[in-house]
Design a protein around this ligand. Structure first.
Ligand code: G3I
Length: 360
C-alpha cells in the first residue's frame, strides 16, 4: 500500500514537472489571444547574430505560437548608430524580414535608454544642446528608416528609479528632465514627416505593474507630455517577475486600469517569471510559476481591449537573459531549455481560452 502511494505520488510529480505531458494548442497562443480580442501574443527574440537565428526547432515554435516579435537587441542605439551619424540597420532589417515572413507585428525597442548606448555618446562631454542634436538625429534617422514596419516604438526606456525620480543616464545627466519630452517630440515629428503617424509611441519600464509611487510618476510624465502637446499612446509594463512574488491579480488589474483611465494603451512587454533559486523544475515550483503566468495574462484579459496583448521576453530557458544577469536564477520562460512546454505554457493557454488553470 505504502509503495503504491509512493509510486502514485512519484508519477503525479513527473506528470506535473516539465516537460508536460499535454499537447500544445494546435492554433498557437497568438490565435487564442486574438480570439479574446487581443492584438497578439508575442515574444522577444535576440535575432540576428545569436544561436536563435539558425535554431530551426526554436524558429518553428516562434512562428507557430507568437504573432508579435520584439527585437531583444537589434534596434538598440549601440547597434543602429555605432559611431556618430554612421548608421547600421543591417541587423534591424534582417529582424524585420523575419517578422514579415512570419506576418508578425513588431514592437520596435528602443530609442533612448541609459544602457546599450554607443561609446561615442557616453565617452564624450556634451553640452545639453549638443546632446539634444545627437538624440534628435538618432531618433529621426532610426524611426524614418523603419517607418511603418514598426507597430510602435519604445521611445524612452526605463527612465525612472523606484521612487519615481529620474535615474542617472547620459541623457538625464546632460539634458535634464527635458530629454524625456524631447524624445517623444522628435519621434512624433519624425513619423509625421514620413506620413507614419499611426506608429504608436510608448514609454516602457519595469516595476510599474503594481500601484505605487513609480506608477504615479509615469502618469505624471504622461500629463506633462500632453500639456506640451506631445503624443504618447501607451505604456509598456515589462513584467519581469519572480516566482511566488508576482503582483496579485487585483494589483495588476488595478494598475492597468489606472493607465487605461489616463487614455493610454497598455502592453505587457517583457513578461518572464524567474526562480530566485533552484529547484526550477520540481512539480511545486512549476505549478507556482504556472499560477503566476496565469495571473499576469489574466490581468490583461480582464481590463479589456486597451490591454493590447502580452509579449514574453523570449520563450525558452536556453535563450533567456536571466541567468546571465542574475547568478543562480533562471527557469523564467514558458519552455524548458530543450524546448518542451512547461506548465506555465499550459496555464497561459488556459487563461487565453477562458478556462480555469488546471496546472497551477
Ligand atoms: O553584441 C555582443 C556580441 O558581440 C558578443 O559576442 C556577445 C558575447 O556574449 O555579447 C553580445 O552582447 C550582448 C547583447 O545582449 C546581445 O546579445 C551583451 O553581452 C548582453 O549584455 C546583452 O544583454 C541584453 C540586455 O538587454 C542588455 O541590458 C539582453 O540580450 C536583452 O534581452 C536585455 O533586454 C532588456 C530590455 O532591452 C529592457 N528591459 C530589460 C531587458 C532584460 O534585461
Amino acid at each position: 500500500m505504502v509503495s503504491f502511494i509512493a509510486i502514485t505520488a512519484l508519477l503525479a510529480s513527473l506528470v506535473n514537472a516539465a516537460p508536460h505531458s499535454k499537447d500544445r494548442t494546435s492554433v498557437g497562443l497568438n490565435a487564442l489571444a486574438q480570439g479574446r480580442g487581443k492584438q497578439w501574443f508575442g515574444s522577444a527574440a535576440d535575432i540576428p547574430g545569436t544561436a536563435e537565428t539558425t535554431d530551426t526547432a526554436y524558429l518553428k515554435i516562434l512562428h507557430h505560437e507568437f504573432g508579435e516579435l520584439t527585437p531583444a537587441n537589434a534596434l538598440k542605439f549601440m547597434y543602429t548608430e555605432p559611431e556618430q551619424n554612421v548608421f547600421n540597420f543591417t541587423e534591424g532589417d534582417e529582424f524585420m524580414r523575419l517578422a514579415e515572413r512570419y506576418q508578425s507585428k513588431v514592437r520596435c525597442h528602443n530609442l533612448v535608454w541609459a544602457s546599450q548606448v554607443s561609446d561615442f555618446v557616453t565617452s564624450n562631454t556634451w553640452t545639453a544642446e549638443e546632446l539634444k542634436a545627437v538624440m534628435k538625429n538618432h531618433i529621426f534617422k532610426t524611426v524614418q528608416h523603419f517607418g511603418k514596419r514598426c507597430y510602435s516604438w519604445d521611445v524612452v526606456n526605463e527612465a525612472l528609479n523606484s521612487d519615481g525620480t529620474f535615474s542617472s543616464s547620459v541623457w538625464y545627466d546632460t539634458i535634464g528632465e527635458e530629454y524625456f519630452y524631447l524624445a517623444f517630440q522628435y519621434a512624433q515629428q519624425a513619423l509625421a514627416q514620413i506620413g507614419a503617424q499611426n506608429v504608436k509611441l510608448y514609454y516602457n519600464d519595469y516595476g510599474i505593474e503594481n500601484p505605487g509611487t513609480k506608477v504615479d510618476a509615469v502618469l505624471g510624465l504622461v500629463k506633462n507630455l500632453r500639456k506640451r502637446g506631445i503624443r504618447i499612446d501607451g505604456v509598456g509594463l515589462e513584467s519581469h517577475f519572480i516566482v511566488g512574488e508576482t503582483p496579485s491579480l487585483t494589483d495588476q488589474v488595478a494598475t492597468k486600469r489606472a493607465y487605461i483611465n489616463a487614455d493610454l494603451d497598455v502592453v505587457v512587454t517583457e513578461l518572464d517569471i524567474r526562480f530566485a533559486a533552484e529547484p526550477y523544475y520540481s512539480a511545486d515550483a512549476q505549478n507556482q510559476q504556472a499560477a503566476d503566468y496565469y495571473t499576469s495574462v489574466e490581468s490583461c484579459l480582464q481590463v479589456g481591449r486597451r490591454c493590447l496583448g502580452v509579449v514574453v521576453w523570449d520563450f525558452d530557458d536556453a535563450y533567456s537573459w536571466v541567468p546571465s544577469a542574475f547568478a543562480g536564477q533562471g527557469g523564467a520562460t514558458l519552455f524548458n531549455d530543450t524546448l518542451e512546454a512547461k506548465p506555465a505554457y499550459y496555464a497561459v493557454s488556459e487563461a487565453l481560452q477562458g478556462k480555469k488553470c488546471t496546472v497551477c
